[in-house]
Design a protein. Sequence first.
Length: 321
Amino acid sequence: MKILLPALPLILGFVLDCIIGDPYKMPHPIKLIGSLISRLEKLIRRKMKYLRLGGVFLALTVIILSTVTPLLILIFCYRVNVYFGIAAETILCCYMLAARCLCRESMKVFRAADSGNTEGARKAVSMIVGRDTSVLDRGGIIRAAVETVAENTSDGVTAPLFYMGIGGAVGGFFYKSVNTMDSMIGYKDEKFADIGWFAAKLDDVLNYIPSRLTALLMVIAAPVCRLDGRNAFRIWKRDRRKHASPNSAQTESACAGALHVRLAGDAYYFGKLHKKPYIGDDDRPIEAADIRRANRLMYGSSVIMLVISAVLRAIIFGGIL
């Protein structure tokens, strides 16, 4: 039993996230990390001439503060009592996961689209994607929601689980600090190209293994979720590199294959058209129910990753507690 204790916060944190998700009205560590990033960005732009060097300083500062803080909290809690420590780490692990939130927000798009409320679906999807949604038709809105679920299965659930399997809640905070920086300043436009380059590159490195592992887990989970695992593997092998990011197309391609739909393609960001290749085959028209299917695949692959990460953590930390 003792060897299982280190894995309990990870397991309980995942279950807690699935049940309640992110409490919107309570302070959230990711929001605090985001506030820190914003403040440092403004400071660096005012005080530093070389923004590339400033970007390195920003990234390292955010990473150190974001990992040392939960580490000190957990050291204190575990010294008080091992079960008090497990309870505290469970809450921190829950904060690092976004399965319930991702499902909840994408299902708002599903309900609106399924009832024929295109404008309601457009408003709902605008809350979870970075692209311009005003130009999207009903199919484009649904496609954007499916793509978001597919990509964020890794960023929001399985990748944090992977790093929590290695380093517990502290590992999760380490990963999410980098991932949050990438989502805020990791763009290649004129404003962020210099200050965000280091965070973007580091995010690519950290997501290299989790994104590919998640794609394979989607292939494994697909038949259990009543989807096509064989086609998921075929499309993943063919289309996994069809993205400017080395990682984003990994899960999108597996999901597109499992659902037998075509994702990606050209998209507008801040009023500018970005040419993108298609991912998957246009075997059938995409439909609102595909959002529900994508969420089913997200949960299926996440449960498998949870098992892998829990076993990994039990092996690494089993002798410590």
